[in-house]
Each structure stands twice: as C-alpha cells, then as structure tokens.
Design a binder for this molecule. Structure first.
Ligand code: AMP
Length: 272
C-alpha cells in the first residue's frame, strides 16, 4: 500500500482516506461520498483495531462483514480497500504507541482509559501507510475527531482532516455498527440518547443556560428506563473538551449510555 501511495503521489493524484472498522453502514458511506468529492483516489481501510479495545470489551464479537463491505465500497466508487491483518499492523515485538496528554482525560477516555492511545496509534500508522492528502472522520465520534485534529497539529502530519456530520436512522438514533447488538426493546430505549440531545437544545432555547440544570433534566430520561445506565452526560468546550458551566457560546453536549451491555455514544453542538 505504501509503495502504491508513493506511485499515486508521484503521478500527482490526490489521495483521500476514510479509516473504518468495517461493517459499513450509511454513516461510513456518507464519509466515502464526501471523500469522492475531495480528491482523485479514494482509499478506505477496514481494520478492527485491537489496541483500542480493553480486555472484556467487544473485540471478539465486533461485527465483521468483509465481503459485504467490499461490495458496498465498490458501489461507492472506492478505488482501494486496505484491509490489513492484525499481524500486518502489530507484528511481534510491537511496542510504540502515541499518547495525548489531556484530551483523553475527558468523556469516553474516563471509562476507556486506553482507547485513545489505541486510536491515535493506529491512525498514525494508517496515515504513514496510506499517505493521504485528506482524511475524513465522522462527528459521531466527536472526541476521536478532536484527538486526531490535535495529533495532526502536534506531530506536523501533512494531512488535512475533514469532519462529516452524524448520519441518523429516521427516528434519530445515530447509526453505529454496535446498534446490531440491541434487542428490539433495547432499540427503543436507545432512542433516548438522541431525544436527550434534542431536549437539551430545547431547554437552552427556552433560556436554561446552566449546564448542570440541563444535564440534571435530561438524566431523568435515562434514570426511569430499564436496562439503561449512564456512563457520562457532559457539556463541554468543543475544542478542549473542558466542562462548561454556563452555555454562553456553542457547546458540545456528549453522552455515553449503556443499554443492556451495549455502550452507545452520541453528541450535538448546542448553540445559545
Ligand atoms: P467505525 O467503523 O465505527 O470506527 O467508524 C469509522 C468512521 O465512520 C469514523 O470516522 C466514525 O466517526 C464514522 N462514523 C461512524 N458512525 C457514523 C455516523 N452515524 N455518522 C457519521 N459518521 C459515522
């Protein structure tokens, strides 16, 4: 792949890259469509990255569907699908990781303390292999996008990072490969993530600006619901991810909630 990228670059082609863990859905496909517009050669990676899963998480059960993914990629006009093996990326003796100091201490990083180290490491490796001019990431994983933007700046990586909006099911549930884990009852409970964001925006519009009041109010949606536990609900600065007390400028509302054993995340920028 690295050699091929070198050749493409020498021919003056602009390489656009969409990294994924596969089991493609409309969220991924929207990033590919965005990517198609941004350059000449569209590369998609499919790799379930073991270093971003902690022991006991769903690495073994994570949905894998390579044949279907290849079909969908072809339909979207993807030029190259890069699907390395675990051994390709982490051969015996591997021991070098990328770690950010502050951003991973917020939101998902609190309950998943090694997650962003795994993400930052694999994304850096993929950038070095694919050598893209542009890479596209979904705002669904807002903290991940923030971490990658920071990483690119801090390490002077020569790649432009572009964010793509969250793609939702018709009822508002953010698309995710993990939605498959939900039973039909849990699927209905999962809707409260989106509903809580909509409610928060409505509270803000009607004059409630204190983050604690908004968080307290929307927490109620989850507390009364069976099989549901809140990991976090936060209102924070969209760049530093530091908590905000008063929403006097655009703020990120982000949440992670477990429905049954499935951990779901969602977010929205709240604007006063
Ligand atoms: P994943 O395969 O879950 O690691 O996701 C690969 C890329 O797709 C990441 O940049 C995600 O943020 C993005 N993505 C996942 N779900 C969605 C969605 N519902 N809308 C937009 N982008 C998404």
């Amino acid at each position: 792949m690295q050699v091929r990228s070198g050749l493409l670059r020498n021919q003056g082609q602009k390489i656009v890259f969409v990294p994924t863990m596969g089991d493609l859905h409309e969220g991924h496909l929207s990033l590919m469509r965005k990517g198609r517009e941004q350059g000449d050669c569209l590369v998609v990676s499919i790799f379930v990255n073991p270093t971003q899963f902690a022991p006991g998480e769903d690495l073994d059960t994570y949905p894998r569907n390579l044949d279907r993914d290849l079909d969908l990629s072809k339909k979207e006009g993807v030029d190259i699908v890069f699907a390395p093996s675990e051994n390709d990326l982490y051969p015996e003796g591997f021991q070098t990781y990328i770690e950010l100091e502050k951003l991973p201490k917020h939101l998902c990083g609190i309950s998943r303390p090694t997650f962003f180290r795994g993400v930052a490491t694999v994304v850096t490796k993929l950038f070095n292999i694919v050598r893209p001019h542009v890479a596209i990431f979904g705002q669904k994983d807002y903290q991940q996008l923030t971490v990658i933007r920071r990483l690119v700046r801090d390490l002077n990586l020569a790649v432009e990072i572009v964010g793509g909006p969250i793609v939702r099911e018709p009822d508002g549930l953010a698309m995710s490969s993990r939605n498959k884990y939900l039973t039909s009852g849990q699927r209905a409970y999962a809707l409260s993530l989106y509903q809580s964001l909509v409610k928060a925006q409505a509270l803000l519009k009607s004059g409630t600006r204190e983050a604690s009041k908004i968080i307290g109010n929307v927490s109620g949606l989850f507390l009364s619901q069976p099989e549901t536990t809140i990991d976090y609900i936060a209102v924070c600065d969209p760049e530093t991810l530091d908590d905000m007390e008063v929403i006097d400028r655009p703020a990120l509302m982000a949440l992670a909630v477990k429905v049954g054993s499935t951990r779901l995340i969602d977010n929205m920028i709240l604007s006063p």
